[in-house]
Design a protein around this ligand. Sequence first.
Ligand SMILES: [Zn+2]
Length: 252
Amino acid sequence: MNEGLRRLVRLQELMVTSDAVAERIAAIPAEVARLEKDLLAAQEDLEKARAAMQEMQKDRRRLEGELMAIETKIAKYQSQLLEVKTNKEYQTMLHEIETCKAERATHDERILLEMEETEKRGAALRALEERLKEKRRATEEGKKRLDETAAALRREQEGLEGERRALAATIPPEYLDPFLKVARQRKGLALVAVRDELCGGCHVRVMPKLIQQVRRATGLIACDSCKRYLYVPEDTHHGPSAEPPSAGSPAQ
Ligand SMILES: [Zn+2]
């Protein structure tokens, strides 16, 4: 493989890796949003439970107020009982008292049931509060972890981009420009390996003659079918292909 092509292969590797890193960075805000949404749901569950609890307590206070009014009524009737003149009045008063006492019993029972229910809900509420606390902690931790991941990815990306820029600066324009043009058109691989006489981009067969040209070429040669540039990976050569720089001939 000639040096220009070799550098393009590495350049493409850097670009593909950098793109993948960029994609991972771009996915992080959605992960943060998911954590925050979970936390919000836990908060809403707790608020709903608290509101229901408050409703129940309000209802209990109402019942207790009514109970007190009933007690007052009973006491009043009982004192009036001593002052009635006729038997009929007496019977009526007794009946009133009985009615009030029945009402009092119903209220007592309802208050008792509500107290039991309040206790049960109180336990559930405390569990929800604990859950929310735990969720808040997990969310903070998760966000911190994602922040760290994003920062590490950004550093990785900066490294890759730096390497890419430095490498690109060393590639002759007759290699770099057509490569970049095809890379933009193809939104990805502009350079593909020929393996088992197949184009790595479109998997169409590459003629042996063309493969020979690719091997020997000093410029870029495109696949007839998909127009991506071809290279023959060095591992498909027989034996080590890279010739050691000959000490005898001065390179410059
Ligand atoms: Zn092809």
